[in-house]
Design a protein around this ligand. Structure first.
Ligand SMILES: C[S@@+](CC[C@H](N)C(=O)[O-])C[C@H]1O[C@@H](n2cnc3c(N)ncnc32)[C@H](O)[C@@H]1O
Length: 201
């Protein structure tokens, strides 16, 4: 049994045993509010989508959705739920770090960045601008906790307060940050809704 959270087998094992304490079983209210006030749909990528509740929220507002996860069992779970609800987008079993595409308008984050080992954060920060169009948005729920043990080997791996500024670089401007209102128990008090605009100079 792998204990490496950078491998799909690690996540398959958890999905197989129904050990998914991160799963909110709904889209966060912050996303629903954002979608209600931003009626212009675009192309959204949801990396590490897990059960993919948010994929349906975007789809119902007319967005062109690509939801992606490298765990085949996560994809199976999401597939059933999305098919039952008339989802029209793409659900792909793929590694985020190998994913290529036309640029997206928006990349949605929840519990993905905190799921893989810290050494993959710099590659994540390099991939994000490659996948976003100029004027695009990185947005969602980010796990932030300055007191997180840097030696821990199992997720969630919280970010430090200023880490996203460093990872994303000067082409990103934070346009919103606020504590989330409905975090699951394992993230409570450490989850922040943030929006980062990608503006090439
Ligand atoms: C903690 S779960 C979060 C799932 C979902 N975003 C949610 O909020 O319920 C992390 C997910 O990221 C997926 N994942 C981790 N590393 C990945 C990678 N490199 N490429 C694609 N998916 C990945 C895992 O398979 C898992 O489903």
């Amino acid at each position: 049994m792998t204990r490496d959270p950078a491998s799909p087998e690690f996540w398959d094992r958890l999905f197989n045993k129904d050990i998914t304490p991160w799963d909110a079983e709904a889209s966060p209210p912050e996303l629903e509010a954002w979608l209600d006030t931003h009626p212009e749909p675009g192309r959204v990528l949801i990396p590490g989508c897990g059960s993919a509740w948010e994929a349906l929220s975007f789809d119902r507002r007319g967005w062109d959705v690509t939801a992606l996860d490298f765990s085949p069992l996560a994809i199976d779970k999401a597939k059933d739920f999305l098919a039952d609800n008339g989802f029209r987008g793409r659900l792909i079993c793929d590694d985020f770090f190998a994913h290529t595409s036309e640029p997206y308008t928006l990349i949605y984050e929840r519990a993905f960045l905190a799921s893989f080992p810290r050494h993959l954060r710099t590659p994540w920060g390099t991939r994000i601008p490659k996948l976003l169009q100029d004027g695009g948005l990185l947005m969602g729920c980010f796990l932030i906790n300055d007191a997180d043990d840097p030696e821990k080997t199992l997720p969630p791996f919280a970010l430090k307060t200023d880490e996203l500024t460093r990872l994303l670089g000067s082409d990103f401007i934070q346009t919103c940050t606020k504590a989330t209102t409905t975090s699951v128990k394992v993230f409570k008090g450490r989850e922040w809704w943030q929006e980062w605009a990608y503006l090439l100079k």
